[in-house]
Design a protein around this ligand. Structure first.
Ligand code: ADP
Length: 296
């Protein structure tokens, strides 16, 4: 059983040949609404990878809120602890240009109301094999949930995105930190992922730095030095959500008791599958596909 605490967002995406300058209006080509948010994406990834998953967070009391909730339910994610806030749903306003570049405004709205745990959340966390956390909701809630997990001996897995300084009281209850290489560099000031991963071990006992097509790097206080884990070589068409797919699958494998090297190879199979298809949560693979792609 995996519990995810985090954000739900509706991504409002405008596809244009060129993004407008200030004061300018351009005519775009297409508009799509795509359910997202790092919390929801990790929950969907873990559910598709075969786990029993519950999501703690909040959607808004608007049409997007119902859509975000049903997207989670359709993927098998439990939403009994997902609140409906007296606010709009979180939205991400995204302009994607023809070169694949993007500009994004995120309005947290309902996500900003998740400032702590609600009654019943701690008992849910206590039953989990792992708690997945990111930083798209107020830090107060992330800290409270991580502490609750720690008290109950539940493994905490934190994706430090959007990257920001983290209080020591969060790091002290983080079992596994999973930054991508940019986040690892931002957190440490070190652009070499090897050095960054090693430096992060001063703050948390175990780190996995994801390196896109280059795979990942596993560092732990129990290892003499970081170990590189390759990613399957595939043709990538859209890497949106690769990190969330990877973490969701990693949590499932660890919850099933697989040793870290096997769990990382399994997560790499899931990540590689997700980049071969367009979309974030839409591209996330189901368990049989991961099993077929996985080579230990
Ligand atoms: P994020 O999406 O957070 O930026 P990464 O780009 O590092 O994270 O991707 C996360 C994981 O997804 C990688 O560690 C890798 O296993 C997998 N992945 C990402 N891009 C590719 C790719 N082009 N080919 C194969 N696997 C990939």
């Amino acid at each position: 059983h995996i519990v995810v605490l985090g954000s739900t967002n509706m991504d409002l995406v405008a596809y244009v040949s060129r993004a407008p300058q200030r004061g300018e209006t351009v005519t775009g080509r297409e508009f799509r609404t795509i359910p997202g948010g790092k919390g929801a994406n990790q929950a969907v990834a873990a559910a598709r990878a075969g786990a029993d998953v519950s999501m703690i967070g909040a959607v808004g009391n608007d049409a997007y809120g119902s859509q975000l909730r049903s997207t989670l339910e359709n993927s098998g994610v439990g939403t009994g602890h997902l609140r409906t806030a007296e606010d709009a749903s979180g939205t991400a306003h995204i302009v994607v240009d023809d070169e694949g570049g993007n500009a994004i405004v995120v309005i947290p709205a309902a996500n900003g109301t998740v400032t702590g745990l609600a009654p019943g959340d701690e008992s849910l966390i206590a039953t989990a094999d792992a708690l997945l956390l990111q930083l798209e909701i107020p830090l107060t809630a992330v800290v409270e949930a991580a502490r609750a997990a720690h008290r109950h001996g539940v493994r905490t897995i934190l994706t430090p995105a959007p990257v920001q300084p983290m209080p020591p009281e969060l790091l002290v209850v983080t079992d596994l930190l999973v930054p991508n290489e940019h986040e690892a560099a931002a957190l440490t000031g070190l652009t070499d992922p090897h050095k960054a991963a090693t430096a992060l071990l001063d703050q948390v006992p175990e780190v996995v730095v994801t390196l896109g097509a280059a795979g990942s790097l596993h560092a732990a206080r129990s290892l003499a030095e970081p170990v590189a884990v390759p990613a399957p070589s595939v043709t990538a068409v859209d890497s949106t959500g690769a990190g969330d797919t990877f973490v969701g699958a990693l949590a499932v494998a660890l919850a099933e008791g697989r040793p870290m090297p096997d769990a990382l190879a399994w997560a790499a199979a899931a990540g590689a599958l997700s980049v071969q298809r367009p979309g974030a949560s839409a591209s996330m693979p189901y368990r049989p596909e991961i099993e077929a792609r996985y080579t230990s």
